[in-house]
Ligand binder design. Structure first.
Ligand code: HEM
Length: 331
């Protein structure tokens, strides 16, 4: 195929090169041939080798495109010796009409693409409603149905929203928690140290049956009947003035009650011993002395005054401030 094409392309040149058989050509070709003759005969009248023939660029492209038929490229149509050389075009058949339309020739106008697709549910809904059909000027087009309204809230969710106080944030609507360690973070989230609960072993003891916190609450409901103030006489003042030396005597030994001072108040802790979750030994460590440090080191969050209100016996005073010994008052 290549050789045949080459033959057809170079045939006029080869005919011209043979003496006496020059083909008829136009004026430009004649001038070019004359220049070539002069060039070839200037050197001593002998025949010089033929000059390099410049094949037109368009012909090269056409030949290459024929050889590389797998990847066609667009190019202009070439007319050689009056014969039309087939040209390639990447445009679809419909594009030719489009080009013609752009040039103002609307004789073969193609309809615009169908949207939505002919068999979609959107088109079915639109065609069901005659008021939504497209005007006659838009051939093949239908007005797309508008977006469906949001679903109505269910009665349960509406009730839930009504119950939520207005000042509370909507759940799961807050900003995402950011890592406090990130640079430039201003999150109000607590630091990781407060979010991770330390795995500290508990020191609670197993209380005897009938000594739960609920049982203690029932006992405190009758202070006099349960003798929560110990051996104090019934006519004793509600709060005694207790000096440190007097407190030291009430250590729970030798048949005496155990007193302790917490927050300036003196409590008889003997009735509470079997109810103490931390055990008897831990509680009696503060007997006969100020127990603030021991208490707060273990459970500063415990409201001792609320738990031991029925066990109050006095208030702490300076050593010289007390006129009478609490033991004397008890006698
Ligand atoms: C004097 C008044 C006191 C009261 C009213 C009291 C009350 C309590 C209460 C309510 C708990 C349970 C806490 C919880 O559930 O987490 C508890 C636990 C405990 N208490 Fe006391 N306590 C007192 C004094 C003391 C003292 C003086 C000590 C030690 C010197 C002590 C040592 C403990 C210990 C070790 C626990 C167990 C903590 C745990 O591992 O959970 N308590 N106490």
């Amino acid at each position: 195929m290549y050789s045949q094409r080459w033959e057809s392309l170079t045939q006029p040149v080869r005919q011209w090169w043979q003496p006496g058989s020059r083909p008829a050509a136009d004026d430009d070709d004649a001038k070019q041939k004359t220049a070539v003759e002069q060039t070839t005969t200037n050197s001593g009248g002998e025949m010089a080798p033929p000059p390099t023939i410049q094949v037109p660029r368009e012909v090269d492209n056409a030949v290459e495109e024929e050889e590389e038929a797998t990847t066609p490229r667009a190019g202009p149509a070439i007319v050689q010796d009056g014969a039309a050389v087939p040209s390639f075009s990447l445009s679809a058949p419909g594009d030719e009409d489009k080009d013609e339309d752009e040039e103002g020739d609307g004789a073969d106008e193609m309809p615009p693409p169908m949207f939505p697709s002919p068999f979609s549910s959107q088109r079915a809904g639109a065609s069901a409603d005659p008021s939504r059909t497209a005007p006659s000027g838009l051939r093949g087009l239908s007005v797309a149905s508008p977006m469906a309204p949001p679903p109505r809230p269910s009665p349960a969710s509406a009730l839930q929203a009504a119950r939520r106080p207005a000042h509370l944030p909507i759940p799961n609507r807050g900003p995402p928690l950011r890592c406090p360690t990130a640079a430039g973070s201003s999150s109000l989230a607590p630091p990781p140290s407060s979010m991770v609960k330390p795995s500290k072993p508990t020191r609670k003891v197993v209380l005897e049956p009938g000594h739960s916190p609920l049982d203690w609450a029932r006992v405190t409901a009758d202070p006099a009947g349960n003798r929560l103030r110990g051996d104090l006489p019934a006519d004793a003042p509600y709060l005694l003035r207790v000096t440190p030396s007097q407190l030291k005597l009430m250590n729970g030994r030798k048949g005496r009650d155990a007193w302790t001072a917490l927050g300036g108040m003196v409590y008889n802790i003997s009735p509470y011993v079997p109810f103490h979750p931390g055990g008897k030994g831990e509680l009696l460590r503060c007997a006969g002395k100020d127990g603030n440090k021991l208490f707060n080191d273990v459970h500063s969050w415990v409201n001792y005054d609320n738990m031991l209100s029925a066990c109050r016996v006095g208030i702490m005073v300076e050593e010289h401030a007390s006129t009478t010994s609490p033991m004397d008052e008890m006698d």
